[in-house]
Ligand binder design. Structure first.
Ligand code: HEC
Length: 192
């Protein structure tokens, strides 16, 4: 076979042709940001728990989680948030697109897919603007059950009720998907 034909037929080239490099780059960036966001939240949570137990950690989550998301968003140029089918903070209620991906994650989780690799990215168009959207599932660990499980201590339950009267984020078990990181960025079209 002529070398040029060989190259055209090569699977590597075919993959390269069908995966737009910009989307690859954005997906990698989003994954790294989600990881950083998750790590920062977890270290604040662990610090809050060790300094003053669950009650203190609730206040830490209440005050710091939205701020950390805002700070990372400003720093990175991405819109960074968390969402869930059962949200605690109503600002984290999913939009229709997020809801459909969360349902998809639930299905994959039930069929035994590894929760740690459940991600979805897509370019969507809204009012003529192209937006790159990315979601990554957040698994429920044992430590999360203190505030998201079925048997919350009374003092924990009443603190949550006080701060989040509309809370729906309890009743989770280890192995459930607690929610997802949701990131988006407007794509600048270089041809325009
Ligand atoms: C000390 C109590 C506490 C623990 C432990 C805790 N959370 Fe939360 N979680 C909260 C509070 C409070 C919020 C609401 C934060 C806000 O206002 O943004 C929250 C919100 C969330 C959200 C955003 C969606 C929503 O419901 O609003 C996710 C996702 C989440 N938690 C996942 C986890 C995971 C995963 C763990 C375990 C690694 C965990 N949480 C452990 C208290 C806790």
């Amino acid at each position: 076979m002529l070398p040029i034909i060989k190259l055209i037929m090569s699977p590597v080239l075919i993959i390269l042709l069908f995966t737009p490099p910009q989307e690859d780059k954005l997906s990698k960036e989003a994954k790294e940001l989600a990881q950083e966001f998750g790590k920062t939240l977890k270290s604040e949570l662990v610090k809050g728990m060790s300094e003053g137990g669950a009650l203190n950690a609730i206040s830490v989550c209440y005050e710091k989680a939205p701020k950390i998301a805002e700070h990372l968003s400003q720093e990175s140029g991405w819109k960074i948030s968390r969402t869930s089918l059962k949200a605690r903070n109503e600002n984290n209620t999913p939009d229709e697109w997020e809801k459909s991906i969360l349902f998809e994650f639930e299905k994959l989780n039930e069929s035994g897919e590894d929760q740690n690799i459940l991600v979805h990215s897509e370019v969507v168009e809204k009012n003529g603007i192209k937006i790159f959207r990315f979601m990554k599932a957040i698994p429920t660990d044992a430590v999360c059950l203190t505030c998201h499980g079925s048997n919350l201590k009374d003092e924990v339950a009443s603190k949550i009720e006080e701060l989040y009267p509309g809370d729906t984020a309890t009743g989770f078990k280890q192995g459930d998907i607690r929610g997802a990181f949701s990131l988006s960025k407007i794509i600048v079209d270089k041809t325009e």
